[in-house]
Design a protein around this ligand. Structure first.
Ligand code: FAD
Length: 377
């Protein structure tokens, strides 16, 4: 019997296999990953510095132990280069593999924007354990860090690195932190405590060039201002890994396109996690990955299941002023309203029928997530 082959050993790949094993221990599973296959929690990467954790100590379960626990064949450090759909075969860097069903859990790549200058190659981004190890090495003698992007990941790193004692400057084209997720009043609640922690902000602008300086780097911003830093970290977003699927003729858009059964337009090939576009939505967060993993396990076990996402608030790990947000679409009709304010703010987004369709909680209100979720209609 040919195996189910899962490509990727991130949260999506491992959640799926774990859920499948709860239902069925007999289906042969091969998990193929170009990384080590060690199991870790990716959200820890932007919270580990202040705790002085290195990459090794972030590994929760080594790959060999995962393989044993789950009863799977695990091929680590194995890059998959092509999918031959009609023969149900993969080309990998160490030979061909045949599958019965194929699961794409390939994740996403950090977005790189074109920059000028002689030090553009020095820009780091952190999307896996290897990146995190590199960041720690690079931070060895650094004192100052410029972070490109004041969104979720940028703010989390700003908090973490500022607590760890680095001088952090965040550069973002928006007017305040997390501007794509929440209204100004909530953004300012986060801005103040991070500023008190020592974070410097450059809003309404973007990095255009990065050059080597006598010490560290000189970042030239739109408008001509120059910011100096010993290290540059990019946190401007992720792009789903779709190339492997596209080359195989599988339907892709922003992500690998799947239906509510997480199936691509090839009925032997499924996708979930950061690489997938599920019914038009790319949802690069832990909770949707868990829901999709559970649903796909049932589907592979021949159960009639469809993925169904409840309201899934995103928690921003900025301990200096925590935030939980259920964002609304950029063009949603309605308005944000303050529901309470004190050491933080509680806001709801109300549509034209006065129904709450989104919310943001900061500071002292962040614990009210489940009450707010119940209020959604
Ligand atoms: C710094 C950071 C902090 C975050 N914090 C939060 C948070 O607080 N809350 C939250 O909800 N979400 C958070 N997220 C998002 C969340 O962690 C991700 O949505 C989730 O981990 C994605 O899992 P994944 O398995 O889809 O992708 P990944 O973990 O990226 O896994 C992809 C896998 O595919 C493998 N792969 C890729 N290409 C190939 C190939 N060609 N051949 C073989 N293998 C391949 C890779 O080696 C890897 O094993 C955070 C993300 C980051 C980067």
């Amino acid at each position: 019997m040919k195996p189910v082959i899962v490509l990727g050993s991130g949260l999506a790949g491992y959640t799926l296999v774990r859920e499948l094993r709860k239902l069925n221990r007999d289906i042969p599973v091969t998990l193929v990953s170009r990384d080590s296959g060690d199991y870790y929690s990716k959200p820890m990467l932007s919270n580990a510095f202040a705790q002085n954790k290195d990459a090794t100590s972030l590994v929760l379960t080594p790959a060999s132990e995962m393989a044993k626990q789950l009863g799977i064949t695990l091929l680590a450090h194995t890059d998959v280069r092509a999918i031959h759909r009609h023969e149900k075969r993969l080309d990998t860097c160490s030979g061909a593999l045949e599958y019965d069903r194929l699961i794409l859990a390939l994740g996403a790549d950090p977005i790189r924007i074109p920059l000028q200058g002689d030090a553009t190659g020095a820009v780091l981004s952190v999307n896996d354990l290897t990146d995190y190890a590199q960041l720690r090495d690079a931070l060895g003698t650094a004192k100052s860090i410029a972070i490109m992007g004041g969104g979720l990941i940028g703010c989390e790193f700003a908090n973490d690195l500022a607590v760890a004692g680095y001088a952090v400057t965040v550069i973002d084209p928006g007017p305040y932190p997390l501007a794509s997720l929440m209204p100004e009043q909530a953004g300012k609640q986060l801005l103040e405590p991070l500023t008190k922690l020592g974070v410097t902000w450059r809003f309404g602008t973007a990095v255009q060039r990065i050059d080597k300086a006598t010490s560290g780097y000189a970042l030239t911003l739109a408008g001509g201002t120059v910011v100096h830093a010993d290290l540059v970290l990019s946190a401007i977003g992720l792009r789903p890994r779709i190339q492997l699927a596209r080359d195989a003729g599988i339907n892709v858009n922003r992500g690998i396109v799947v239906n509510e059964r997480l199936c691509t337009d090839d009925d032997s090939i499924f996708a979930l996690g950061d690489c997938a576009e599920i019914e038009g939505r790319v949802l690069p967060f832990v909770l949707p990955v868990m829901h999709a993993g559970r649903a796909l396990a049932s589907i592979l076990n021949a159960e009639e299941t469809r993925v169904n996402f409840p309201a899934m608030p995103v928690v921003v790990k900025t301990p200096v002023h925590p935030v939980a947000v259920l964002p609304v679409a950029r063009d949603a009709a309605g308005a944000w309203q303050v529901m309470a304010s004190g050491q933080g703010v509680k806001m709801g987004f109300f549509d034209e029928q006065n129904k709450m369709t989104g919310f943001v909680l900061t500071g002292e209100y962040v614990g009210e997530r489940s009450q707010m979720t119940k209020m959604l209609r």
